[in-house]
Design a protein around this ligand. Structure first.
Ligand code: PLP
Length: 417
C-alpha cells in the first residue's frame, strides 16, 4: 500500500482510495489522523526550539511533566523520556536492576516488549527465538500468562485461585536475584489478553511481600485505549515503573516514557543512570505529547472509549454467535481481540506462531486482505484480529468495520472442524 494522506479514522492511498483504520495502525493513532492542534504544536516547537540537550529544562518538558502528573497512576511521578517503547523498557530494566541490585526479570510467555537486545530477550513470544541463547544470558525468566481462555496451567477461573499469580511467587521464591516482574497489563499483540479479576492486585501483593518491583508495560494498553488513562487503572494498581509510548503522542512523533515512583527516581539523584541518548526528551516530541493529552481531555476520549465498550462488546458477541470460527472475543474500551479457532472444543488455532515466523500464509492475513480490498485495514496476528480503532471513531464506523469482518469470516468457518 502506498499511503499518501490520512484524515480522522481513514488512510488514503495514491489512487485516492480510503481505508478505515480499524486498528489505529499499530494501535497507536489514538487521536486519529490530521489533528490540527497536534500538527500546530509540531510547527510551533520547530519554530521556537527544535533541539536542546537532554540535560536542560525546556518549556515543553515542564508542561508535559505537569500533565503526566495528572493522568498517570498516583505515585508515579519521575519521568525519563525516550524515543520508543522499546527504549522505555530498556531504561526500565536498567533502573530495576540498578535500584534493587538484582538481575533477573520475570516476564510472561505471551508478551512483547520491544526489539533491542534486552527488550527482545524479555519478550515471551517466539520473536525472541532467533536471538537466543543471547536473550537468556540477559537474566530473563518466563512465567505462564494469565490467559483464562487457554490457561497454560489447565485450570479454570475462579476455582484456580489465580494459580498463574501463585506460580510467579513460586518462581521468585525459588530463584535468586529477581529484580522485577514485567507485565503488559492487558497483553497487546499476543491477543488482547485481559487478566482475570484479582490477578493484578495479587501480583502487586506478591511483589511487595518479596521485595520485587512491578513493571507495567503500557506501551499499547495505555492512553485511553481501555477506557481508562492506563490499563492499570482498571484495577487501581500502581506499578513501581510504568513504560509507555505509542498513544502518548498518538504516533504523530516518536516518544516513549519510562516513569517511576518517587523513591526509585530519587535513587538516581545520587546514582548515575547511564542511559542517555542525544534525542532523549527531544523538545519536538514533547510539545506534541502536551497537545495530544490536551486534545484527549478536550474531546473526552478516555470517557468515550469507556462509553463505546458495551456497544463494541454487543456487536462482537453477535459476531461470535454467527461464526463457529470465533473461539473468544475479549477486551476493554476500544481494545478487542477476535480470536479464531479451528475447533471450539480443542481451541486449536488456525495458525501458530511457528507458522508466522516461518513465513507460511496465514488465514487471518487472507481475511485481512479481503477487508483491505474493500477499504479497511485491520491488524491480523497469528490467529486473531485486533479491533482498536482511533478513539474518535463513531458507532457507524465500528458497525461498518465489524460487518466487513463478518462478511469474510466464512473463509475461516469453512475450515472449522
Ligand atoms: N511494549 C509493547 C507492549 C508493545 O506493544 C510494543 C510495540 O508494539 C513495544 C513495547 C515496543 O514499542 P516500540 O515499537 O515503540 O519500540
Amino acid at each position: 500500500m502506498h499511503i499518501v494522506d490520512a484524515e480522522g479514522c481513514y488512510l488514503i492511498d495514491a489512487n485516492g482510495k480510503r481505508y478505515l483504520d480499524f486498528s489505529s495502525q499499530l494501535m497507536c493513532s489514538n487521536l486519529g489522523h490530521k489533528n490540527q492542534v497536534v500538527i500546530d504544536s509540531i510547527k510551533k516547537q520547530a519554530e521556537d526550539l527544535a533541539y536542546a540537550m537532554p540535560g536542560y529544562a525546556t518549556n515543553a518538558r515542564a508542561e508535559l511533566s505537569k500533565l503526566l502528573l495528572e493522568v498517570l497512576p498516583k505515585g508515579i511521578n519521575k519521568f525519563f523520556f525516550t524515543t520508543s517503547g522499546t527504549d522505555a523498557n530498556e531504561a526500565a530494566f536498567k533502573i530495576a536492576r540498578m535500584y534493587t541490585g538484582k538481575t533477573k526479570i520475570i516476564s510472561r510467555y505471551r508478551s512483547y516488549h520491544g526489539s533491542t537486545s534486552s527488550s527482545i530477550a524479555a519478550t515471551g513470544d517466539p520473536r525472541r527465538w532467533p536471538m537466543e541463547p543471547r536473550g537468556k544470558a540477559q537474566g530473563v525468566i518466563f512465567a505462564p500468562e494469565a490467559h483464562c481462555y487457554k490457561c497454560p496451567l489447565k485450570h479454570s477461573y475462579p476455582d484456580c485461585g489465580l494459580a498463574c499469580a501463585d506460580y510467579i511467587e513460586h518462581m521468585i521464591r525459588n530463584e535468586s536475584d529477581v529484580a522485577a516482574v514485567l507485565v503488559e497489563p492487558i497483553v497487546g499483540t499476543n491477543g488482547v489478553i485481559v487478566p482475570p479479576k484479582g490477578y493484578m492486585q495479587k501480583l502487586r501483593k506478591i511483589c511487595d511481600e518479596n521485595g520485587v518491583l512491578l513493571i507495567a508495560d503500557e506501551v499499547m494498553a495505555g492512553w485511553g485505549r481501555t477506557g481508562e488513562w492506563f490499563a492499570m487503572d482498571l484495577w487501581g494498581v500502581t506499578p513501581d515503573i510504568l513504560t509507555t509510548a505509542k498513544g502518548i503522542t498518538s504516533a504523530y512523533v516518536p516518544l516513549g516514557l519510562c516513569a517511576t515512583s518517587e523513591k526509585i527516581g530519587d535513587f538516581f539523584q545520587d546514582n548515575y543512570f547511564a542511559h542517555g541518548h542525544t534525542y532523549e526528551a527531544h523538545p519536538m516530541t514533547l510539545l506534541p505529547a502536551v497537545a495530544t493529552i490536551n486534545e484527549m481531555k478536550r474531546l473526552k476520549l478516555v470517557e468515550r472509549a469507556k462509553e463505546l465498550e458495551p456497544f463494541v462488546h454487543e456487536k462482537l458477541v453477535a459476531l461470535k454467535a454467527k461464526h463457529p470460527s470465533i473461539g473468544e472475543i475479549r477486551g476493554h474500551g476500544l481494545f478487542w481481540a477476535v480470536d479464531l479457532v479451528k475447533n471450539q472444543k480443542t481451541k486449536e488455532p488456525f495458525n501458530t506462531y511457528a507458522d508466522k515466523i516461518s513465513g507460511k500464509a496465514l488465514l487471518v492475513d487472507q481475511i485481512a486482505g479481503k477487508c483491505l480490498a474493500e477499504g479497511m485495514t485491520i491488524q491480523a496476528w497469528v490467529s486473531h484480529f485486533v479491533i482498536a480503532p482511533p478513539l474518535i471513531v463513531t458507532k457507524e464506523e465500528i458497525e461498518w468495520g465489524i460487518n466487513l469482518l463478518d462478511k469474510w469470516l466464512h473463509l475461516a468457518d469453512e475450515q472449522c472442524m
